[in-house]
Design a protein around this ligand. Sequence first.
Ligand SMILES: Cc1cc2nc3c(=O)[nH]c(=O)nc-3n(C[C@H](O)[C@H](O)[C@H](O)COP(=O)(O)O)c2cc1C
Length: 167
Amino acid sequence: MKPLILVSSKTGNTRIIAHGVADEVAGAVYMNAADLPEDLSGFGPVGLFFWCDRGMAPEDMKAAAKRLCGKEVACFATMGGCPQEERALAWMQKTSEELVAAGEGNVLKGTFLCQGRIDPELIERMNKMFGNGKPDPARDARRKAAETHPDRLDVLAAVEAWRKCFG
Ligand SMILES: Cc1cc2nc3c(=O)[nH]c(=O)nc-3n(C[C@H](O)[C@H](O)[C@H](O)COP(=O)(O)O)c2cc1C
């Protein structure tokens, strides 16, 4: 059974984490969530790598997760917010449980969450929407904190998380 690294990434952050894990897992197959083939019998364990999209898993990952059956699954996500906050960890747990339960007979082996640089276009849109185009200090601080992630340590931590889940 080949390990499957299944990825959804809009601006590239999650892709960095997924590539880092794929490089360290012997025989791993790296694939975009949208490219999942019909026959999944040769795959397992499965890593779902996705980003926080308006408080949800992205649509392409939700669609792929529905098709998994009888797999051991670990979930890896990036988000703009602070990943150590309780509400972020609760989001990660809930979203991962929902993805794993969307298919049949899957088991959630673990989760990993780290911060990811926020698309400057999104920041600009939010400033326009909520602040008459003016930057908001709290939002600006969040953006700055996320700016350098994912970094090398995030990638190492994700590899460690995979090992903890699947050995
Ligand atoms: C349309 C959009 C919606 C987002 N919604 C959230 C959100 O609800 N909460 C959050 O913490 N980050 C949010 N983010 C930030 C992303 O989750 C974060 O930058 C992530 O690392 C992007 O991953 P990617 O580069 O793999 O696409 C959003 C980003 C975009 C572009």
